[in-house]
Design a protein around this ligand. Structure first.
Ligand SMILES: [Zn+2]
Ligand SMILES: [Zn+2]
Length: 457
């Protein structure tokens, strides 16, 4: 904790001025000019108070006397458990540039554009829960210094012949990529991290705990080795793009067996640690949570936008009136063509249902989140209800309708009954699709995944 030399009050980092400020006497100090009284000189660690959420297990820390009244990861207002501990200082930091007010404005302008968003998302009291959190990252540097040769092909026509030539191209690649970053907290979703990227490395400063005074920080718990290969692959891809552009006059380059990686042999040292600024907000609805996350440097947003079912139903009723007329016109079609039209509609619905189910599974099991799976293990299974309404009933309706179409009975009444059955089943399926959308636009409470991870471990 930093104290004011003038009055002894607590200092905090002020985003607007970029300085430490004392709220009691308004004195300001440049970061680095005030020394933390209790901290040992040149220590690798800083004293921190770590808060743990009893509900989801999420952890945030502060170096101040501050308390934490709620959990940013699950939105719970339970009393957080706290403990004092030493936390390793990162090497670099990017201080906050966007203030809480900037952040609320950016967030609101986005939410207002979505007419289905629940009205709670605009509540000023809710927006005030935006919390500045420094999120830990690993910073990778990749070097490539290699003599490499690639095979390429070129074909041209001469008279009646097409001549194909194979070339061997050699080059020396000397590349050096710095500042490739991946978040090192398992609580922070990799996907959100990508959406609010980048954090350019020309904004890096040497870490000073003054920057995090008055803010919270997330605790790093993912090993630096986890993203080494990703950083190397990213560099190889980027290098090969420039290599290809050098070899003009050939049609295609043959991908070597085993990929370009072994040819270029990228080397990666153990990454440096850093903290990047993030504004974090969570919206809790029963056992789901939606996040609003803003890059504290650039203001880039990532918002989970659930749909208010009430708003959606009102809108659907408005839409149902013109739909009714369209469907009535549809009956001008021959009855058997009407059956086929409704069946096609239902098939599209069923396919959408299964595609969504696949995306939900990916999101729920966090199978793409390397930082998460490195700690909690392979993703578990998720079970989803809604199969009957979303798939089985419409499939039965489709089969029945096609059977009737195939038998081609004399009386039209069978065709109308079949069409009606398919339309009703499709209507019910639409409600299931909205539910799926809301699952996709929100997240499970972190706790569910963590518990499962511990069981698997
Ligand atoms: Zn003061
Ligand atoms: Zn929590």
């Amino acid at each position: 904790m930093f104290t004011c030399e003038n009055c002894g009050g607590a200092l905090r980092f002020d985003i607007a001025s970029g300085k430490l400020i004392c709220d009691s006497c308004l004195s300001t100090y440049a970061v680095g000019s005030v020394k933390d009284a209790q901290a040992a000189e040149e220590s690798e660690e800083m004293d921190a108070k770590v808060f743990r959420c009893p509900q989801c297990g999420g952890e945030i820390m502060t170096i101040d006397e501050a308390a934490a009244a709620f959990c940013s990861y699950c939105g719970s207002s339970n009393v957080l458990e706290s403990r004092m501990t030493g936390v390793k200082k990162p090497k670099y930091i990017i201080p906050f540039k966007k203030t809480k007010e900037d952040c609320k404005e950016l967030y609101l302008s986005k939410v207002k554009k979505n007419i289905f968003a629940p009205k709670e998302l605009r509540n000023p009291a809710y927006l005030d829960r935006f919390r500045g959190i420094y999120t830990p990252y690993w910073i990778y540097g990749i070097d490539i210094d290699a003599d490499a040769s690639f095979e390429g092909e070129e074909s041209h026509r001469r008279g009646d012949y097409i001549i194909e030539d194979t070339y061997m191209m050699t080059c020396h690649v000397d590349a050096n990529y710095d500042g490739i970053s991946y978040d090192s907290s398992s609580s922070f979703d990799d996907e959100i991290c990508q959406e609010i990227a980048p954090y350019p490395d020309n904004e890096f400063r040497e870490f000073d705990s003054g920057y995090i005074s008055g803010f919270y920080a997330d605790v790093a718990d993912v090993d630096g080795a986890v993203y080494m290969k990703d950083a190397a692959d990213l560099t190889v891809d980027s290098v090969m793009t420039s290599v290809r552009s050098e070899f003009t006059g050939i049609d295609s380059m043959n991908t070597p067996s085993g990929g370009y990686g072994p040819k270029l042999n990228p080397s990666c040292n153990y990454p440096e640690s850093a903290m990047f600024p993030v504004w974090f907000l969570s919206y809790r609805n029963k056992d789901r949570v939606a996040y609003g996350v803003v890059n504290g440097l650039t203001g880039k947003l990532s918002i989970d936008m659930p749909i208010s079912v009430l708003k959606y139903l009102l809108f659907s009723i408005l839409l149902a009136v013109p739909m009714f007329f369209v469907l009535n016109l549809g009956l001008v079609l021959t009855p058997s063509a009407g059956v086929i039209a409704t069946v096609i509609m239902a098939i599209i619905g069923v396919i959408t249902f299964f595609v969504n189910l696949g995306s939900i599974k990916k999101q729920e099991t966090k199978e793409l989140d390397k930082g998460y799976t490195s700690i909690y293990g392979k993703p578990g299974k998720t079970s989803h209800k809604g199969y009957f309404i979303g798939a089985i009933l419409p499939i039965i309706a489709i089969v029945v309708a096609l059977a009737i179409w195939f038998i081609s009975p004399v009386s039209d009444i069978y065709y109308y009954a079949a069409s009606l059955f398919v339309i009703v089943a499709t209507g019910l399926m639409l409600i299931e699709l909205i539910k799926q959308y809301n699952i996709l636009s929100t997240r499970p409470l972190p706790q569910f995944n963590k518990d499962r991870g511990e069981v698997d471990a």
